[in-house]
Design a protein around this ligand. Sequence first.
Ligand code: F6P
Length: 383
Amino acid sequence: MTSPIKRIALSTGGGDAPGLNAVIRAATLAARNRGWDVVGIRDGFNGLMNPDDYPRTGGIVELSRESVRGIVHTGGTILGTTNRGNPTKYPVQQDDGSWIEVDRSDELIAMFREREIDALVTIGGDGSLTIGHHLHERGLRVVGVPKTIDNDLEHTQSTFGFHSAVDFATECIDRLFSTATSHGRVIVVEVMGRYAGWIALHAGVASGAHAVLIPEIEFDLEPVAATISQREARGAKFSIVVVAEGACPKGGEVSVLGQAIGQAEKLGGIGQKVADGLSELTGKESRVVVLGHLIRGGSPVAYDRLLGLRFGAAAIRALEEGKDGVMVALNPPTVDYVPLSSVSKRQKLVPIDCDTMLTARDMGINFGDEMPHDFDEVWPPTV
Ligand code: F6P
């Protein structure tokens, strides 16, 4: 028998994603309607672990009906977030300047008890869900809510934030079409997504890009260049190439901008390399546009608002029903629950034989792994 819930905490961790505020609103209202108190932890778990860093506002904020009013359409998270300060591997600087990682999870759980918080709703990607699983194993009541624009979490058909990112990236690529057409240029568009190609694939296919490079398929530039030359021969002087930040050339390496202590690798830079390589192979002017954090910001689209609200409410139903150590998951037409242990440290990649990939290939979109149909008419180029 689990003890009745009187007070819960919400926490948002990792990179922000449009729809986070919808989760916070639905979870707060659903909990308050059950007579529970709700608090929000600032910046992941930092508000609880380092309260002295929040002298003015406090590291824990009361979430009332008023504080979650009018936030569904807003981007970001009203609680703040961080991708540093994982409590299970907390970075601590030594006297000699070196860093070590310390497990502060028992201390964190003690703080939950001290604040009389009976359960945690942790809203985040693989990092936050893995932390949630760890805290659950140490005795905290935890329900996870999957968030990421990358859509790379297992056991949920999609995560909120993904559709907003895809819609915005698609709009950006639409805009690049007109300028690429006017100048007869190649434009390479680099999009986020970490080691999964969901955003690149969906935005690339929806916008009608001519080549899409995703992490799931190591690429060669020759087939992409041949596709561009073939288009040129058919009178289309411009081409659009969408590259996922985690795409990797055959026999090469993923492009990494750097890695700070206690953080994941920062991916980026592959777009410029692809543009330079295509310029060299085709002789055409090639430009790069890195969409970067633009696709993570701004208002959630209606799909993500609704999914966020559904996930937030489902998390509270889970706690009421005594579920623990689970993640809410979209399993159309319903939202159900899967064990946190089955999602942590897993990655959902694009299946290379999925219908969207097949559609793209049927339309002649090149993935850098196969020469285009009838390529020998244009390749190798005659100088
Ligand atoms: O996971 C979401 C995401 O936006 C990835 O697509 C990207 O690689 C990463 O976060 C960027 O993180 P940061 O904002 O810390 O640079």
